[in-house]
Design a binder for this molecule. Structure first.
Ligand code: AMP
Ligand code: GLY
Length: 423
């Protein structure tokens, strides 16, 4: 069976790599992909927002399955376009992807169904939002309603920070229409955890839990990024907490979506905060695989990813074999100097073969081929170097040793990925 994967990041590289291992997989096409994805897939020069071209390609090649990686096309209804052409597609329809596309929708849903999340108020009027904000203690969290390339959330530790975040969202409209509503919510203390699940309606099949490192510098300092590194499993988090998150948050949310007439099919990604008392609460839901969570979760999947996707699409997810290896995985992201603000592109990358020879998986995020075919940087997050090992410590050593072989001008990485799991 030929497959079309849509997207261009490290997440899509991990998906294509995993699909290519399936004995049932024929050609894995990826649109538009990147230099690394081109090693396991056939790249298709169509952008993720060109729905009609993508659908025409899928029809022409008679692909048996389409898999959508990123949030924007999902929120814009790409799955509905494929479904209208009877092309099997793994991902949520527009009305279900709304759980990521609108934070006010997500918060109202959780409130209605009594699912644990931070207390909040929502506003579409700046003056009223400001008055409310001034009545609340800091720290406090300000969120633009819509998608904002991962930058729409400010955790404000001072009033000035909170007020300037509100102003830039609602008055200066730095995120455009995404900021016409805001959520102002209670600050949650604790440890974050990501649980991704394969979901079809009420059927929820959780994946191995992972933890991301959102801030750009060591010690969780500096601005938020898409994610600077991940690890899985989480040996320092009790299974009972993970179980509670699945039973009290993820399954009830899938059920709520069905009850609302928005059945979710795809990967439902719960971003959770575990309070110091061990109770998990919802921070966010995403309607897709996480990046870079996918880069540590899929290498631990012992079962056939293509079979799981097909089971979800065919309504047999309850019967799919989904087994995880006991191995640990740690992903260290190598970013361009300057990221998440502006950064250069087109810088030569060296040492990839040495990194792979040292035992790591290297997933490409922002890479391209230069005019002479050489590998160059082409994004903020450039590569994800994944070490596997018996323990988190082993996997971490492998990831850092391998990452050390890779060089490009301005390369930045955190040195404390997975450190929390070692104590
Ligand atoms: P989001 O885009 O909703 O994932 O938020 C980005 C990051 O902001 C999260 O990963 C958390 O680190 C942080 N965050 C969001 N909401 C809260 C909250 N209520 N309390 C504390 N931190 C939060
Ligand atoms: N790593 C967080 C995300 O994919 O949203």
């Amino acid at each position: 069976m030929d497959i079309l994967v849509i997207g261009a990041g490290g997440r899509e590289h991990a998906i294509c790599w995993s699909l290519a291992k399936s004995p049932k997989a024929g050609t894995v096409y990826c649109a538009p992909g990147n230099a690394g994805i081109g090693e396991v897939s056939e790249l298709v020069p169509i952008q993720v927002n060109e729905f009609d071209k993508l659908a025409a390609f899928a029809v022409e090649k008679q692909v048996g399955l389409v898999v959508v990686g990123p949030d924007d096309p999902l929120a814009d209804g790409i799955v509905d376009v494929f479904e209208a052409k009877q092309i099997p597609v793994f991902g949520p329809r527009k009305n279900a992807a709304h759980i990521e596309g609108s934070k006010t929708f997500m918060k109202d849903l959780l409130k209605k169904y009594n699912i644990p999340t931070a207390a909040y108020e929502k506003f579409d009027n700046y003056e009223q939002a400001l008055t409310y904000l001034q009545s609340q203690p800091v720290p406090i969290v300000i969120k633009a309603d819509g998608l904002a390339a991962g930058k729409g959330v400010t955790v404000a530790f001072t009033r000035d920070e909170a007020e300037s975040a509100l102003k830039s969202i609602m008055v200066d409209k730095v995120f455009g229409e995404s900021g016409s509503q805001v959520v102002i919510e209670e600050f949650l203390e604790g440890q974050e955890m990501s649980i991704l699940s394969f979901v079809d309606g009420e059927m929820v099949r959780p994946m191995a839990a992972a933890q991301d490192h959102k801030q750009v510098y060591d010690g969780d300092k500096g601005p938020n990024t898409g994610g600077m590194g991940t690890y899985s499993p989480l040996p320092h988090i009790a299974d009972s907490i993970i179980e509670e998150a699945i039973e009290r948050i993820i399954k009830p949310t899938a059920k709520a979506m069905v009850a609302e007439g928005r059945p979710f099919r795809g990967v439902l990604f719960a971003g959770l905060m575990i309070a110091p008392d061990g109770k998990p609460k919802t921070i966010e839901f995403n309607a897709r695989f996480g990046d870079p969570e996918t880069q540590v979760v899929l290498p631990r999947l012992k079962s056939d990813l293509l079979d799981i996707f097909l089971a979800a699409v065919n309504g047999t997810l309850d019967q799919a074999e989904i087994e995880w290896s006991d191995e640990a995985a740690v992903c260290v992201v190598l970013a361009s100097g300057g990221y998440p603000a502006s950064y250069p592109k087109g810088l030569p990358i060296h040492g990839l073969e040495e990194a792979r020879a040292a035992g790591a998986l290297v997933f490409h995020a922002g890479t391209a081929r230069g005019s002479n075919g050489e590998l160059v940087t082409n994004g903020g997050r450039v590569l994800g170097v994944v070490g596997l090992g018996k323990t988190i410590a082993d996997a971490r050593d492998k990831a850092y040793e391998s990452a050390g072989h890779i060089a490009f001008e301005g390369k930045h990485q955190r040195t404390d990925i997975a450190a929390k799991a070692l104590v």
